[in-house]
Design a protein around this ligand. Structure first.
Ligand SMILES: NC(=[NH2+])NCCC[C@H](N)C(=O)O
Ligand SMILES: [Mn+2]
Ligand SMILES: [Mn+2]
Length: 307
């Protein structure tokens, strides 16, 4: 049986809105571990990560908030993610704000490097999260993990990622809120971005298939990072950074179903769930259902199509 380990990463220091600390609990109450078991996985919930000791740090950009806590989380989550990748077939990380992914992706990529394979990342988000400590104006470090784990400079005090992800191995979908500094950066480093306009024009199947083909051709391992604000706020209100015009229910499920059928996904973040902002748990339940689709739940049994 395929094995999966689930780790809670209750970070909220990367945001200015409190509540993401409750995210892992909400996913557990929504029944995520049991649902994956029913789908035929051997599931082990390994509890919640705790941050490493906080370093004594300051930064020249006065906007930066909670740098000590984010460095401490990045260190410990990076180690936990690396151990999980060695110990099971499929690590899942329950956030927690998106600063969690500085740790999760860098730990996962370190293991992928040990295997001698390239790491690919699918980033499903309204935002590119590509700031550095120097370019962020909000100071909220959940806006920075992609720059960190792709090895960009500007992360003084952080442990350097052992295996920086090649930005050309990254695909972003759902993007619709990008700051000036991020726009320059994204073009420069060569990430493939399907913004919301591209999705409107081309749909999901073409863009996602072309990326999955690249992952397969390179014999890569694929990490998926799903931010709640990828989804439209009408269906997913439980996030501190809602942006109108997000992915629909069907678009999101189609992505998850295609990812499952591809057989390429080897790890997952469920990020930014803020249960304090939810409406009768509908966002927690939707995110859980999306994970179920990624793990093989489908409406009707049918022959697997390979994308
Ligand atoms: N993970 C997220 N929700 N990130 C939102 C970041 C928003 C904005 N770009 C900022 O840096 O403040
Ligand atoms: Mn994000
Ligand atoms: Mn976002």
């Amino acid at each position: 049986m395929k094995t999966c380990q689930i780790l809670g990463v209750p970070t909220q220091s990367g945001t200015s809105e409190r509540g993401c600390i409750m995210g892992p609990t909400a996913f557990r109450i929504a029944g995520l571990p049991e649902i994956l078991q029913e789908l035929g996985w051997q599931v082990e919930d390994v509890g919640d990560a705790v941050p490493a000791a906080m370093p004594d740090v300051s930064h020249s950009n006065p906007a930066v908030r909670n740098l000590d806590a984010i460095i401490a989380w990045t260190k410990s989550v990076g180690e936990r993610a690396y151990e999980m990748a060695k110990a099971c077939d499929f690590p899942i990380f329950l956030g927690g704000d998106h600063s969690m992914s500085a740790g999760t992706v860098s730990g996962i990529a370190r293991h992928t490097q040990d295997l001698g394979q390239p790491q690919f990342v699918l980033w499903l988000d309204a935002h590119t999260d590509l700031h550095t400590l120097h370019t962020t104006t909000s100071g909220n470090l959940h806006g920075t993990p992609v720059a960190y784990f792709t090895g960009q400079s500007g992360f003084e005090g952080f442990p350097p990622p052992a295996a920086p992800v090649d930005p050309r191995n990254m695909c972003m979908m759902g993007i619709r809120s990008v700051d000036q500094a991020e726009k320059r950066h994204v073009a420069e480093i060569g990430i493939t971005v399907f913004d919301m306009r591209a999705i409107d024009e081309q749909g999901i199947v073409g863009p996602l298939t072309s990326f999955l083909d690249r992952v397969r051709a390179a014999n890569g391992r694929l990490h998926v990072s799903l931010d709640v604000d990828f989804l439209d706020p009408d269906i997913a209100p439980a996030v501190g950074t809602t942006v109108n015009g997000g992915a629909t229910f069907r678009e999101a499920h189609l992505i998850m179903e295609m990812l499952h059928d591809s057989g390429l996904v080897t790890s997952l973040d469920l990020a930014e769930l803020n249960p304090f902002l939810d409406v009768r748990a509908k966002t927690a339940l939707l995110m859980t259902d999306l994970a179920a689709s990624l793990f093989g739940r489908r409406v009707l049994e049918r022959k697997t199509r390979t994308y």
